[in-house]
Design a protein. Structure first.
Length: 390
């Protein structure tokens, strides 16, 4: 693999009047034109969110760097925000996010031009790229497991249960707003819990996404670790009925991932089921419902990172966790030329709590010509953009 360095044009697109961030690396932030970018605005960045803390949600005009607040929400966190994103069925017109209404978490679909809202039975954890369905999980339980990914407004009503029949994966119809449980934590435990050799474990779903054609979804079930121990993570896929479960990788070290196509997902993983395994941790392409796979970029990505494919699936955008001097790297790997281009490095402010850290979480625009990322290198949370064609 070849390496090279680039010096792309970088600008902060968020105003300087507060703390701004978007959220996760696998959620659409740009509208289809590339002129507008979604954002959260909060009044603090030095502690965990608590019940009663609100985040403004709105739109940044990239040309003027002005932020327009559209609503406020208590259903948010520093890593994934409120799951704010454009509605695939009405890009540029409707946004989707989570909110507390009548003391319950719900998903919201808002027309940004009229302000009209319709509500979903459950908060969304992922919306398919087609937009027919969303997936929901227990955000209260996730807060107990990892506060940076869950919501703080209420307690988990299944807190005392290790794997409830009434909690798990919910399929949400985006047209009607109706939600139904399709895969319970108990079913996940019955399917995969044999790994723990009869020792009961409290389970949680940390991350969940549809594949690219909405035919299947992937979950990362994890166990609540005992003090001094690391949690274990499995990779499980299923169809939209919560059936045809497949254990893509048994409990071990599985982290960030991104779907390349309906059958292939790129994963930072221990890769223990694969014959191509090279060292304990690496970035692999895994083929769903098989144990086939291959190492990405000749093993160049051996440290955990947030990765996403460009719209044409030819380039892989990646960041890094902080180095010893606090620098986070951004790079783009081109699979056609086998070249990794370093785009820049950005200082990350130290934090008192891991869950309030500011990962770069880089994201593509729809044209593949620019990216955005969150950063604290100016001393506050801001949203930045790189024009890769300029």
């Amino acid at each position: 693999m070849k390496t090279q360095f680039a010096n792309p044009f970088i600008q902060r697109i968020s105003p300087g009047d507060g703390f701004y961030f978007f959220g996760y690396y696998d959620i659409p932030a740009f509208d289809d034109t590339g002129h507008y970018h979604l954002a959260h605005k909060v009044s603090f960045m030095d502690r965990l969110h608590q019940k009663g803390d609100e985040a403004q949600i709105g739109i940044i005009d990239i040309g003027t760097c002005k932020f327009e607040c559209l609503d406020v929400t208590e259903a948010w966190n520093f890593q994934q925000g409120s799951m704010l994103q454009w509605n695939p069925k009405a890009p540029g017109r409707e946004i989707i996010y989570n909110k507390v209404v009548d003391d319950q978490y719900v998903g919201v679909v808002m027309d940004i031009h009229t302000g009209k809202k319709r509500y979903l039975d459950d908060p969304v954890a992922n919306v398919s790229t087609i937009g027919d369905y969303a997936l929901g999980i227990n955000m209260n339980r996730l807060y107990d497991f990892r506060p940076g990914y869950g919501y703080a407004h209420m307690q988990d009503r299944f807190k005392e249960e290790n794997h409830s029949d009434d909690d798990g994966v919910f399929l949400i119809c985006m047209k009607t707003g109706k939600s139904k449980l399709i895969l319970s934590l108990q079913e996940i435990w019955d399917f995969s819990g044999g790994y723990f050799n009869g020792e009961d474990q409290k389970m949680v779903i940390n991350h969940i996404t549809f594949n690219t054609d909405q035919s299947r979804f992937l979950i990362l079930p994890r166990n609540f670790p005992k003090p001094g121990e690391r949690h274990k993570t499995a990779i499980i896929t299923a169809d939209l009925d919560g059936k045809e479960l497949f254990l893509l990788s048994d409990y071990g070290i599985q982290s960030h991932y991104y779907w390349k196509n309906p059958e292939t997902v790129i994963f930072f993983s221990d890769g223990k089921e694969l014959s191509c395994r090279m060292g304990e941790l690496n970035t692999y392409e895994l083929k769903d419902r098989t144990y086939q796979g291959n190492i990405i970029a000749c093993g160049a990505f051996q440290k955990d990172h947030h990765m996403s494919y460009s719209p044409d699936r030819k380039r892989l955008l990646s960041d890094s966790y902080p180095s010893k001097n606090g620098m986070r790297m951004l790079s783009v790997y081109d699979s056609e030329t086998d070249t990794n281009t370093y785009l820049g490095s950005f200082h990350s402010l130290p934090v008192t709590c891991t869950d309030i850290r500011c990962d770069l979480h880089p994201r593509w625009n729809k044209q593949g010509s620019a990216i955005s990322f969150d950063s604290t290198h100016e001393g506050f949370r801001g949203i930045y953009m790189m024009d890769l064609d300029r």
